[in-house]
Design a protein around this ligand. Structure first.
Ligand code: PA5
Length: 352
């Protein structure tokens, strides 16, 4: 029997019970939809939205940006770094997202927003970011604590929808959010550990990838999700992963598939029912060209009708797949010791 179907093995290899957090992700998303800022955000319709975040806290911004790109006439940029880009001025809106509230880059972005008088809202479970929002009277969405940031994606994405709607940007059409939540609820039942590998898409994918390096490719929308799969694999399973997007990778990365290392890689294609026929054709050609060189190829599809449901469900499938990969590789999917060590070494010394 695979360890993925063995409750004792899961309990041993996942001592922090990440599987429960993942199983509760649909409920997290439902709760996240009810969260609002205190005090309420009062800002005119911005000319640009900048989501400042790193790692798991930036992922909500990525999802927002790619989802809104097809329907909203305001650019939504994700800023990963210190400070803010020059376009973030008084006619913009900054969402400073840090689950822990202790991420130096996001604190720096928040400070610059305040200094430049840019409307800014903090999205955080606490820490220095919450303190700074409080001290400067800026609105703050308070998230429940106790999760790993990448497993708090629902909290880092859904509160942005009512925040933006409040300043005149309707990102999600009526019904899309509810459809996303019900799609996730159904999908959770299909991906949880209790569902055996034979009937569990995430377990089957992890078993197919096994010891190979996953190369995850999406299309124009699902390319963003591919990047999130990559970071989930890296943080949860502690192993390298590649991510890329069509059509761009057809113009560069595809050549790397001629290298001898290709047999040690497993291609995962993230498909979307809404993709253009040109993109569907590119996926077929890509499969034909690199499939024979790769160790294996899997193709997966988002669930649901609406774009939001399809994007979020595909992301959720990646969370579970990376979780099961962690178990197969006997890595604790929760802890991130090197990441913590970087933060520890860069922390400013406390005053005596
Ligand atoms: O998922 C993780 O743990 C990381 O990618 C963090 O999100 C990242 O280090 C930033 O921390 P925070 O999300 O607390 O701002």
């Amino acid at each position: 029997m695979t360890p993925l179907d063995d409750p004792a093995a899961l309990a041993r290899l996942d001592p922090h019970n990440a599987r429960r957090v993942l199983a509760e992700f649909p409920a997290q998303c439902r709760h996240a939809c009810t969260l609002t800022s205190v005090p309420p955000l009062r800002a005119p319709r911005p000319r640009a939205v900048v989501v400042a975040g790193m790692g798991g806290s930036a992922a909500g911004g990525d999802l927002l940006s790619v989802y809104a790109a097809e329907s909203v006439d305001v650019p939504i940029l994700v800023h990963r770094g210190y400070g803010l880009p020059a376009l973030a001025g008084p006619h913009s809106l900054v969402i400073a997202a840090s689950y822990s509230g202790e991420t130096a880059e996001v604190l720096s972005a928040f400070d610059v927003a305040v200094a430049r008088n840019v409307p800014v809202v903090a999205v955080t479970a606490g820490g220095a970011l919450a303190e700074r929002a409080e001290a400067t009277g800026r609105p703050r969405v308070t998230l429940p604590g106790g999760l790993m940031p990448r497993m708090a994606l629902g909290y880092l994405f859904f509160p942005a929808l009512p925040l933006l709607a409040g300043c005149g940007i309707d990102v999600a059409p009526d019904g899309e959010v509810e459809e996303t939540l019900t799609t996730l609820e159904t999908l959770a039942g299909e991906l949880v550990p209790e569902r055996p590998a034979a009937q569990n898409e995430a377990k089957r994918l992890a078993l197919a990838i096994a010891d190979r390096l996953p190369a995850i490719y999406g299309g124009p929308a699902t390319g963003t999700v591919a990047y999130r799969w990559k970071t989930d694999v890296e943080e949860n399973a502690k192993t390298f992963a590649l991510a890329g997007a069509l059509p761009e990778m057809n113009h560069n990365e595809i050549e790397a598939w001629r290298s001898s290392g290709a047999k040690d890689m497993h291609v995962v294609l993230l498909r979307d029912r809404g993709e253009r026929p040109e993109i569907a054709r590119r996926f077929r050609v890509l499969h034909d060209l690199i499939g024979p060189a790769a160790g294996g190829v899997s193709e997966v599809w988002g669930r649901g009708e609406g774009r939001l449901a399809r994007l979020v469900s595909l992301t959720y499938l990646g969370q579970w797949t990376s979780y099961y990969l962690a178990v197969l590789r006997e890595r604790d999917p929760w802890s991130v010791p090197l990441l913590d060590e970087v933060k520890r070494r860069l922390r400013p010394p406390t005053s005596p």
